[in-house]
Write a protein that binds this ligand. Sequence first.
Ligand SMILES: [Zn+2]
Length: 169
Amino acid sequence: MRPTILIKDAAYEACRVYKLSPPFKTDQFLVALQEERELYIEMQPQLMPDGTFGLCVAESKTQYVIFYHSLSSLLHREATIWHELGHIFFDHVTPRRNRFRLKAGYDPQRALSVFHDTAEDYEAELFARTMLRYALGYNTPDYDRSLAARQRDPQRESQLKHFFDELAS
Ligand SMILES: [Zn+2]
């Protein structure tokens, strides 16, 4: 597992390379990551079993799908996407590592047994928190996802609503 400081540094360095300074939106990072790595990341809302909020699958070396729970809150959905982007960013997900084949679409029950590597989830989650905090321009030592979810921010929620409406259309 990478040390905490390296994960944070990698996240900040990516923003520097992608010329993103806070505040920026999730989709700006998404576009930059796709361009730099020459890959395509599709977003799929999906009903998921309890306790699962997201999943990332590599369909090929250049094609990824991020599934996010379609009924979670907008803020939670965004945090989920950052977490899954962390898995892509750190190359945790490759077609060889999917460990199951996507045949007739997505099977949440089978997917539950996939990607439960603690070290990789730690990296992805720390990446997500670092990026959320940075993207929002929060100057606090650690972004608290649950606190942010409780604080209502109508302007930010309407931005996110727009983002997820676009993804769904
Ligand atoms: Zn994960």
